[in-house]
Write a protein that binds this ligand. Structure first.
Ligand code: AR6
Length: 181
């Protein structure tokens, strides 16, 4: 599914983020930036050990922020490591989740990167309920794209059918405009 936001496109697909041929893929990282399980494990395995070495040199990233590295053996030239919140049920969760997406997009814009692929941050091991996380993810991207038209493409790469459907419903709920084919 594709949506138009100003001059940019926001896309929802089912798939594996490590295979994406975009300028930058986003990793759902933790504060230490050490490779973990989930999407982070998959990205680190595909990129090779140099990725963990560069992450170790950076030395960590607070929740709600993001850091950029090279992509090594990935098709993507860069990886942005975004740290989403562990779900706690407090109102701060939503702020931190939005901040993880916003920080990633602003970092991409600052580096002149025009296409970016996101996983569904925090909705796996970090336990964020999908139907709460999806509208926050999409609305935050819509808001940033409105002031950063130089980012041409934001693609959400959703691993399983349940996640994909939740993002589809969220896109409808927040009223994203379907792209004309
Ligand atoms: N491509 C796209 N999405 C994927 C892939 C993939 N290859 N593999 C898993 N997902 P999670 P979190 C989906 O747990 O909740 C790590 O250990 C997955 O189905 O990877 O932010 C980190 O180091 C889910 O929808 O990230 C942290 O410690 C989504 O990606 C912690 O987990 C996110 O699930 C972060 O937890």
């Amino acid at each position: 599914m594709r949506f138009t936001i100003g001059n940019s496109t926001l896309e929802l697909i089912r798939g594996n983020i490590v295979e994406q041929d975009v300028d930058v893929i986003v990793n759902a990282a933790n504060e230490t930036l050490a490779p973990g399980g989930g999407v982070s494990g998959a990205i680190h395995r595909a990129a090779g050990p140099e990725l963990a070495e560069e992450c170790a040199r950076i030395g960590g990233c607070p929740t709600g922020e993001a850091r950029i590295t090279a992509g090594y053996r990935l098709k993507a030239r860069h990886v942005i490591h975004a740290v989403g919140p562990r779900y706690s049920g407090s109102p701060r969760d939503a702020e931190l989740l939005a901040s993880a997406y916003r920080s990633s997009l602003l970092l991409a814009a600052r580096h002149g990167l025009q296409s970016i692929a996101f996983p569904s941050i925090s909705t796996g091991i970090y336990g964020y309920p999908l139907d709460e996380a999806a509208p926050i993810a999409l609305a935050t991207c819509r808001d940033v794209l409105q002031s950063h038209p130089e980012i041409a493409l934001v693609r959400f790469v959703l691993f399983d059918e349940e996640t994909f459907r939740s993002y589809e419903r969220a896109a409808q709920r927040i009223g994203l405009a379907p792209a004309r084919e």
